[in-house]
Design a binder for this molecule. Structure first.
Ligand code: 6CS
Length: 317
């Protein structure tokens, strides 16, 4: 059998690397009985077309991130700023723990929309770009920064004082070039592979959030799998946690070098004090998330905050 896998990113991206490895593992573990076909960004239309295809069962597997907010409102938990720890690996483990991933609320938030969440894939720190320095919320005032299409991101950047605009991923380069969008938010690898950095002058590392996607399947397809099939997916998902963490760090590190070599973009790293000023403004947006997602969202957020805190305490011991 063939499973079709829709990606929000192009060949060479973190999602592509994940999917390619997943396909390899499925082939191996099923002795060639399962083929996974990859559909990189663009082949299925725009971002929401990918989710529609996964919901209808036209494709079996997909990644969903920022634009998924309209389809699975609770997934906007991954758009919150300053909620996770500063340790990417710790966060990655928490997000893929049974406590988080197998939680009834998280599962139901996808299953209620004909989807089934399989894994959570952090792809690296989100990094801002603009044609001006950004060190304080004042510097962001009125900036037409492009966010992915969800209300939580818009409210977050409005809280910082910006004037966010939403643009489809594939139209973003020209929007930046034409000045319809004045700033951008992506992990480093994406700034590089989509060439966004060519039309931006500053790159600002605030480590305000990681880029996080959910690896998901069509619900009815998932429910129709055999126990053996679910078991090999489960094994692959576990193996891929560390694999993709290492891979994304490698891609993000290497591509930063490429950007530095090919441009004179200026790189700014915010100090802890500078970060704190943004964190303070982001805090009330947690309530916005709860207002949008109700008791289920509130339980999910409490759980995530607790799990991160527990993991940090354990680390200190
Ligand atoms: O900004 C976006 O729309 C896209 N960026 C990345 C790195 N992945 C998928 C997402 O939709």
């Amino acid at each position: 059998q063939t499973w079709r896998f829709g990606l929000e990113e192009i060949e060479g991206s973190v999602q592509y690397e994940y999917a390619a490895k997943f396909a390899e593992l499925m082939d191996e573990k099923s002795d060639g009985a399962i083929t996974v076909e990859l559909y990189p960004y663009g082949q299925l239309g725009g971002l929401t077309d990918i989710y529609d295809a996964a919901q209808s069962g036209a494709i079996q597997l997909a990644f969903g991130s920022g634009f998924l907010g309209g389809t699975v409102p609770e997934s906007q938990i991954f758009s919150l700023n300053f909620v996770l720890s500063d340790d990417e690996w710790l966060n990655t483990q928490v997000l893929n723990s049974d406590d988080f991933l197998m939680d009834d609320d998280f599962q139901a938030s996808f299953r209620d929309r004909d989807l089934h969440p399989i894994a959570v894939v952090p792809e690296g720190w989100q990094v801002w770009t603009a044609n001006q320095e950004i060190r304080t919320p004042d510097d962001m005032s009125g900036l037409a920064i492009r966010t992915m299409d969800n209300r939580l991101l818009r409210e977050t950047y409005q809280a910082y004082g910006a004037d966010p605009v939403t643009v489809e991923y594939g139209e973003l380069y020209s929007a930046l070039q034409l000045g319809q969008a004045e700033g951008n938010i992506q992990p480093v690898f994406a700034h590089e592979e989509m060439a966004f950095y060519e039309v931006q002058d500053y790159m600002i590392f605030a480590n305000h959030a990681q880029f996080i996607a959910t690896f998901m399947g069509n619900r009815d397809w998932w429910d129709g799998l055999s126990d053996e099939e679910r078991e090999i997916i489960h094994e692959a998902r576990e193996e891929l946690v560390e694999y993709i963490h290492d891979k994304q760090q490698e891609l993000n590190t290497d591509r930063l070098e490429t950007i530095k070599e090919n441009s004179d973009i200026e790189i700014i790293e915010l100090s802890q004090d500078e970060r704190d000023a943004f964190a303070e403004l982001a805090h009330p947006v947690r309530q916005t998330f709860v207002d949008m997602t109700g008791e289920r969202g509130e339980r999910m957020l409490d759980k995530l905050l607790n799990l991160v805190q527990e993991a940090q305490l354990e680390e200190e011991d």
